[in-house]
Design a protein around this ligand. Structure first.
Ligand code: HEC
Length: 173
């Protein structure tokens, strides 16, 4: 028994290392943002798998969009920690990553929104990108295809799935 406690302590110390922790980096700027740059940010520098999921929409969800039959949405801490947002404007540096799946639940790619101050002020300063599962860029920048459909949610800063000012009732931080 005497030797058990240092061992337990060791295990306890290991625990935090197993939890996901998002690497916090300065937001990408309007002069550096590209589809390639954003992909590196969300897969290498600060992998989106370490983000939390949209509160209240954790796990795979059934989608209505052209993105895929199912989806799973991750939000980075710049956005997550700002919720609920009274004026419904996402902060600079906010990133939403949507994994898209077909009816067989195979990944068919990623759609991403990244808030970049000064990038496209007339329509919410979002950088939009769609990637194949390999990371190959399908669309990037200011595609009308993305913006026009999301524009229905302009009063919610173009974000469709959840009201930015919705209280986080009971949802873990
Ligand atoms: C025809 C409508 C339509 C188009 C076009 C569209 N989206 Fe969406 N998008 C949706 C809907 C609806 C949702 C909510 C989730 C769902 O039902 O799949 C969504 C959700 C998202 C989300 C999760 C955050 C949110 O707004 O809820 C991201 C990120 C996203 N879309 C990115 C894009 C990108 C990037 C493009 C362009 C390549 C794009 N979308 C084009 C309809 C659209």
């Amino acid at each position: 028994m005497k030797h058990l406690s240092p061992f337990l302590l060791f295990l306890l110390l290991l625990l935090p290392a197993c939890q996901k922790t998002e690497k916090i980096l300065p937001p990408l700027t309007a002069s550096e943002i590209t589809g390639t740059r954003l992909w590196r940010r969300i897969t290498v520098e600060a992998p989106y798998e370490d983000y939390q999921e949209w509160p209240g929409f954790e796990g795979m969800q059934i989608g209505q969009s052209p993105h895929g039959r199912y989806h799973e949405i991750y939000v980075n801490s710049a956005l997550r920690n700002a919720l609920p947002i009274k004026n419904k404007i996402a902060p600079n540096g906010a990133i939403l990553v949507k994994e898209n799946y077909d009816a067989d639940k195979s990944n068919v790619g990623y759609t991403v929104m990244a808030k970049v101050k000064g990038y496209n002020p007339d329509v919410g300063d979002w950088f939009w990108a769609a990637y194949e599962p390999s990371g190959k860029i399908k669309l990037e920048g200011k595609p009308e295809f993305c913006i026009n459909c999301h524009a229905g949610k302009k009063p919610n800063d173009y974000v469709i799935v959840r009201s930015l000012d919705k209280p986080l009732a009971g949802e873990k931080r």
